[in-house]
Design a protein around this ligand. Structure first.
Ligand code: AMP
Length: 447
């Protein structure tokens, strides 16, 4: 199967070839013709399967034959759980739509709302949004839904996990009844199935990566190691193998910060990315990593969700996740779309039970590697300031870089949501129902 057989228009095929894609991935081969024919779809697909192009390409194709959006209106809405995913989907929309006269914008919480309101003023054909901020914009009359023709729920299971169900239901109520719906989710829990009832009409069901199946192109292995030796071992592995891009997972934000600091002290360039970091710091860390300015990106599960880093060669579990499914998500960061990758887990005796759970889930025993000879790097004791800074970073979400204009309540809510923290109870309902006073913040670029 080649792309030109799927029914996509020439401007899209051109954009695809500019991306260097030659063969559609299985989800693209199934989803693209179905979406082009106007059908609803319900797809079980994780990040790394090419799902974004799977919905974006036919969506752009369909929108290109119609009237442009009027002022403040949108024609297609893509909802995502996190700002990182929203930004990445927005980037795909721009890349694939490069030769089409369609407009797009990305809106998410945690940044000033004003530039987003400006971006919507003339209407946009494709809006990529996180639910909380979208409702804020709706409440301020910045966005109107009556021209919506297509809806995409991306990573629907994550949106439910993050407590967005009420926001999503409220948004669904506001959309025109006649529209095409595309739902993507890594897993199909009872909650997701309940959500699809009444949302999807005669959907084509597509499943490309069976749940809990690790990508076969990923080599997995385990080092049984004492907790106190983990940092030195990691640093040794990075240096001796000359790894240039390593994504390392820790269980906590605190752990992520500490590890990045220790690696830096040990001469390995590293940065931590997690929900307590400001949006600017997260974007910068990711950009530095993508441009090979830093070798190690240390992330928590939530922060890593949806990160699109092409062909990431190495993933290290500095600590095993206590939820076995998260292991599969983590190692899904490597060996993506045909590339090969390596996933290494550093397992201390106390984590052995997690390892057993993971092996049971993936139905395979992971090979144990012999510990290489490495020296324990001398680690300077942490200063009191560093200890305090870490403790501060672990506290529930409060913007670290509070600008002169203090964030409004809804911005705080959006920060929590963007950070993957459970939303504050009040915010869920009231974000939807009560317009709130806002103060202008420093303008920020919107996509
Ligand atoms: P996604 O699952 O949408 O996050 O996509 C995973 C990665 O696969 C992204 O980096 C895409 O750029 C890449 N990709 C998507 N479709 C293709 C394709 N047909 N051939 C090669 N790479 C692709």
């Amino acid at each position: 199967m080649i792309f030109s057989e799927l029914g996509l228009s020439e401007p899209l095929l051109r954009a695809i070839s500019e991306q260097g894609y030659e063969i559609p991935t299985p989800i693209q081969a199934q989803a693209i013709p179905a979406v082009l024919s106007g059908r609803d779809i319900m797809a079980a697909a994780q990040t790394g399967t090419g799902k974004t192009a799977g919905f974006t390409l036919p969506l752009l194709h369909r929108l290109s034959s119609g009237h442009r959006a009027s002022a403040n209106h949108i024609r297609a809405l893509v909802l995502t759980p996190t700002r990182e995913l929203a930004a990445q989907v927005g980037e795909s929309v721009r890349d694939y739509g490069a030769h089409l006269p369609l407009s797009s914008a990305v809106v998410f919480g945690g940044v000033s709302i004003n530039p987003q309101m400006m971006a919507l003023r003339r209407g946009v054909d494709v809006l990529v949004a996180t639910p909380g901020r979208l409702l804020d914009l709706y409440n301020q009359n910045a966005v109107k839904f009556t021209q919506v023709e297509m809806l995409v729920l991306d990573e629907a299971d994550r949106m439910l996990d993050m407590g967005f169900i009420r926001d999503i239901r409220r948004i669904l109520d506001l959309l025109p009844k006649r529209r095409q719906n595309l739902l993507f989710s890594a897993t199909f829990s009872d909650d997701i199935v309940a959500l699809t009832k009444g949302l999807l009409h005669n959907p084509l069901q597509i499943s490309v990566s069976p749940r809990n199946a690790a990508a076969p192109s990923v080599t997995q292995s385990v080092y049984m190691v004492d907790k106190t030796q983990k940092t030195a071992l990691l640093s040794h592995l990075v240096r001796s193998n000359q790894w240039e891009q390593v994504l390392v997972f820790t269980r906590t934000k605190h752990g992520a910060n500490r590890l990045a600091e220790k690696l830096e002290r040990d001469g390995v360039t590293a940065a931590a990315i997690h929900g307590n970091k400001s949006q600017g710091a997260r974007t910068k860390a990711l950009a530095d990593f993508k441009q090979n300015n830093i070798r190690v990106l240390v992330a928590t599960d939530i922060a890593a969700r949806g990160l699109d880093i092409e062909q990431l060669p190495h993933v290290v579990n500095f600590e095993l996740p206590n939820i076995s499914e998260d292991y599969v998500h983590r190692i899904g960061r490597t060996g993506r779309a045909g590339a090969t990758g390596e996933a290494i887990s550093l397992v201390e005796p106390e984590e052995y039970k997690f390892l057993q759970g993971i092996e049971k889930l993936i139905k395979q025993k992971l090979p144990r590697e012999a510990l290489p000879v490495f020296s324990l790097a001398p680690v300077r004791p942490r200063t009191e300031e560093e200890v305090k800074a870490d403790a501060e970073a672990e506290r529930p979400r409060r913007p670290q870089h509070r600008p002169a204009n203090r964030p409004t309540k809804s911005q705080k809510t959006s920060n929590r949501q963007g950070a993957g923290l459970p939303p504050v109870k009040r915010a869920e309902g009231s974000a939807a129902s009560k317009p709130r006073r806002r103060r202008p913040n420093k303008p920020q670029a919107v996509a």
